[in-house]
Design a protein around this ligand. Structure first.
Ligand code: NAP
Length: 311
């Protein structure tokens, strides 16, 4: 392996250390801590874990972090009423509605619920107001995963301006905002997706590759220019032994872990990429911890902006 590992976990801890005294200062001045409300509807096993991590991170930095739980049987009107209550709450500066919402709420439930969140409390950066502001380069609450990746690249001294960047994936929560943030930092950006011909050839032109697809090991050596920086957003649980064997050589500790547990968490980037990339984010321990930390930073910023009336 030659690639330098970009340690998202260590950077997340560093940013938390930077945030904590600012939270304490806010609390001292206001007589209350910044407040984060997380809405969880129904019982989705992965969401339970994500929400627990976010609540813990919130209380670790000194926030009031509240779980607002609704049952699986809740209607869309119930969810919207809860969001409205939190919009009006003086104690809550940030509102996050955990995705996915139960399918019974209908195909447009997520957009209806996100649209209902007050933009100044939209710490996920998903509302049209925040997305529009970001597109125009104005102050905004920006989606946590892409803003965490920019923070990582900047603090690791990886040049962005004037470089070619390739983003694989065009979702509203990762791919599109990622491409825009790289563009704002003067990269020349290509956005790829499932219909892109010669994906490997397009990616091989890039100095920075961001893979946000959700396909285990999609990005192989053939996608990566020697020395390029590769950011792996994907989080894929592999349960198929043939897939695990195609990703890891026989002696790899992750293959041993797979055989022990029957599953292993992997990214979109094939482990062989470590032999050609200049720098690489691991999975786990790369982008994931930064996403949670950016949520904390957005909540603090939302609290400070509400207080200053500057949103
Ligand atoms: P998504 O909404 O499913 O979007 C996936 C994107 O990948 C789509 O734009 C799709 O193209 C593209 N795609 C699918 N197959 C492809 C292929 N074979 N070649 C090229 N492009 C392909 O996913 P997402 O929400 O952006 O998440 C992506 C991954 O990141 C998932 O594994 C997710 O779990 C992970 N994630 C991690 C974090 C974190 O904090 N670490 C945060 C968010 C997401 P089309 O548009 O053409 O369909």
């Amino acid at each position: 392996m030659t690639a330098r590992l970009l340690d998202g976990q260590a950077l997340a801890r560093q940013i938390q250390r930077e945030i904590t005294p600012q939270v304490a200062d806010f609390t001292r001045r206001q007589g209350r801590p910044p407040g984060l409300a997380i809405v969880l509807v129904g019982h989705h096993p992965a969401s339970e874990v994500y929400v627990r991590n976010k609540l813990k991170a919130g209380s670790d930095v000194g926030f009031r972090a509240d779980l607002e739980r609704l049952p699986e049987s809740a209607s869309l009107a119930d969810v919207l009423a809860l969001v409205e209550r939190l919009n009006r709450s003086d104690a809550h500066d940030g509102i996050l509605v955990q995705s996915p919402l139960p399918k019974v709420l209908g195909p447009d439930a997520a957009s209806r619920v996100f649209d209902a969140i007050a933009p100044e409390k939209d710490v996920d950066g998903f509302t049209p107001a925040n997305v529009g502001r970001m597109v125009q380069g104005r102050p905004a609450l920006v989606a946590c995963t892409p803003s965490g990746i920019i923070e990582l690249l900047v603090r690791e001294g990886i040049p962005i301006a004037g470089r070619r960047a390739c983003v694989i994936g065009r979702s509203d929560i990762v791919g599109k905002p990622m491409a825009l943030l790289l563009l704002q930092r003067d990269a020349t950006v290509t956005v790829c997706h499932s219909k892109t011909p010669d994906l490997a050839g397009v990616c091989r032109e890039a100095d920075i590759v961001v893979a946000a697809v959700g396909r285990a090991g999609l990005v192989t050596k053939a996608f990566v220019k020697p020395g390029a920086t590769v950011v792996d957003v994907g989080m894929n649980t592999v349960t198929d032994s043939a897939v695990a064997a195609s990703l890891f050589p026989e002696e790899h500790p992750k293959l041993a872990r797979f055989r022990e547990r029957g599953s292993v968490l992997v990214g979109d980037v094939h482990p062989e990429v470590a032999d050609v990339a200049g720098a690489l984010t691991p999975v786990p321990g790369g982008v994931g911890p930064l996403t949670v930390t950016m949520l904390m930073r957005n909540t603090l910023r939302a609290a400070q902006a509400r207080l200053a009336g500057s949103w």
